[in-house]
Design a protein around this ligand. Structure first.
Ligand SMILES: [Zn+2]
Length: 228
């Protein structure tokens, strides 16, 4: 008798448009295909406008580089984060996707950074930053320079250079974009983009491969857009 034992290798991306059907890899991934609050979404139909106050204090931080299949991630030392509404979200890790998962009016960007946070109670909040091609990005270069050191390498990185100065965000309730696709994630997609050079984007594409989930239906969810 066969037993189902899902590992990270049991699921993969498609072309970013075709449904991944990740629940076929494991019953633990059921939410990926049956959840009604999945991410990413195309941010083009706003249900409301309002200024969500984000206070953030990102700067230099120590971390551990995590490299794997479709994975370039920095596990961050405690001490940085954001206040969204009146809740404190502590930065746990930042990882990347090529191309971006969220789209703005149907347009995906070449690279996205997901800054994953959690409250003391364990509520997840992600700050999603879209990168467009332009000038080289200092923080991204620190990561690219550390990649030859391999998985588990210690890294010191300036988080602030990878986050726009103006933190006007689109906010909605969504999910993790990889299995098990857990929901009740407080998504904050930053309206302003940051720049990365063509060489940096190419380096991230080489490390990550196609790493964007297909767009998920908004269903009855509200997307709150910046008022100004
Ligand atoms: Zn992500």
């Amino acid at each position: 008798m066969a037993t189902v034992s899902a590992t990270a290798q049991d699921w993969d991306y498609t072309d970013g448009e075709t449904a991944e059907n990740w629940s076929e890899a494991s019953p633990e991934f059921a939410a990926c295909d049956t959840g009604m609050m999945q991410s990413p979404v195309d941010i083009d139909s706003m249900g409301a406008y309002g200024n969500i106050r984000i206070a953030a204090d990102y700067g230099m931080t120590d971390g551990t580089l995590r490299l794997g299949k479709h994975q370039v991630q920095i596990d961050a030392a405690p001490g940085q984060g954001m206040v969204s509404g009146d809740r404190l979200f502590n930065l746990v890790q930042v990882h990347f996707h090529t191309p971006s998962e969220h789209a703005m009016s149907g347009e995906r960007y070449p690279l996205a950074g997901h800054f994953v946070h959690a409250t003391r109670e364990g509520t997840l909040g992600v700050l999603g930053v879209l990168f467009e091609e332009g000038d080289a990005n200092e923080g991204l270069q620190m990561i690219i320079d550390a990649m030859p050191d391999g998985d588990g390498a210690n890294i010191s990185i300036d988080m602030s250079s990878m986050i726009p100065d103006e933190l006007e965000v689109y906010r909605y309730m969504g999910s993790l974009t990889t299995p098990p696709c857990s929901e009740n994630v407080n998504w904050h997609v930053v309206e302003d983009t940051v720049e990365a050079s063509a060489e940096q984007i190419a380096a991230m594409e080489a490390a990550l491969g196609m790493s964007a989930r297909s767009m998920q239906p908004l269903n009855n969810r509200l997307v709150v857009a910046p008022a100004d």
